[in-house]
Design a protein around this ligand. Structure first.
Ligand code: ADP
Length: 161
């Protein structure tokens, strides 16, 4: 069985992330969306909230599972029989950062964790969680970037509707 992980912060999950999740679920037997619990970041949504949001957003994809992890991705992957890490690529700057991470993970896993890049669909190429939060900070329209129920939850956090 080919199990893949799509790791990230997903704070919040965007239509760009969901496009990658959907496309990965058509390629792999199972896809685990791994929410990285990073104590150094102060997120908009807690890990528990993000798990619930992602579960709802991927409810129509039976081979997609949501989990969270702290520590190194290679350790989580090894413990869970996962041999592929999926990352999304939006731009050259994503590539520069992501290729380094992929090379670290290759070395750290002794070649047992392969990284596979899925190139963003053009309509989502400029969308990022941080961009969405910036717009929300100004009470702007975030509905084009997120599933409707996620947009409502983000607006609640920023006290507007
Ligand atoms: P991180 O905080 O580690 O960057 P994110 O949750 O922002 O995590 O992103 C997780 C992964 O999803 C990364 O590989 C990122 O490049 C990818 N990604 C983010 N937004 C998009 C998008 N709009 N289209 C395609 N891939 C994306």
């Amino acid at each position: 069985m080919n199990r893949a992980i799509y790791p990230g912060s997903f704070d919040p999950v965007t239509l760009g992330h969901l496009d990658i999740i959907k496309r990965a679920s058509a390629i792999f037997d199972e896809v685990v969306v791994g929410i990285l619990n990073n104590p150094q970041k102060s997120p908009l949504f807690s890990v528990e909230e993000r798990v619930k949001i992602l579960e709802e957003a991927t409810a129509d994809l039976p081979n997609v599972f949501i989990d969270c992890f702290s520590g190194m991705l290679v350790d989580y992957a090894k413990a869970n029989d996962i041999n592929v890490s999926i990352r999304g690529l939006r731009s050259i700057s994503d590539f520069e950062y992501e290729s380094q991470i992929a090379q670290y993970n290759d070395r750290l896993s002794n070649g047992k964790l392969e990284t596979i890049f899925l190139v963003t669909s053009p309509e989502y190429s400029y969308i990022s969680s941080s961009g969405v939060k910036e717009v929300a900070g100004f009470h702007g329209d975030i509905t084009p970037y997120l599933p409707e129920f996620v947009a409502d939850l983000v607006k609640e956090k920023y006290n507007y509707s």
